[in-house]
Design a protein around this ligand. Structure first.
Ligand code: ZN
Ligand code: ZN
Length: 104
């Protein structure tokens, strides 16, 4: 097994290689959806069909991973949402404490 931190993705449309998506599933060079093979049924899937099908193969409906989706870009939105949720909860707790203190 190679210990590559970032998988190099080769665009199936223009043939150029890249490490990160600007839009997940789209080649940053030519803006076309990349295609890849399902390891389960060997069907060639377009990243667009794969994302529309809830990150599953549209042929056999088994979970497959888009090449390079374990990159930082893919994980970022979830982490930001988690931090925001913590701040919202802390703000609500703060309001409740202020309301309780004022009652006394
Ligand atoms: Zn391309
Ligand atoms: Zn499949």
């Amino acid at each position: 097994m190679e210990a590559n931190k970032h998988e190099i993705i080769k665009c199936t449309s223009c043939g150029k290689e890249f490490k990160f998506y600007n839009i997940v599933g789209k080649c940053p060079h030519c803006s076309n959806w990349i295609t890849f093979e399902c390891k389960n049924c060997s069907k060639t899937i377009s990243a667009e069909d794969y994302i529309k099908n809830d990150n599953r193969c549209p042929g056999c409906n088994s979970p497959v991973s888009l090449p390079g989706t374990d990159t930082v870009i893919y994980k970022k939105p979830g982490e930001q949402m988690g931090k925001l949720a913590v701040w919202v909860v802390m703000f609500i707790i703060g309001l409740v404490i202020v309301a309780l203190v004022r009652r006394c």
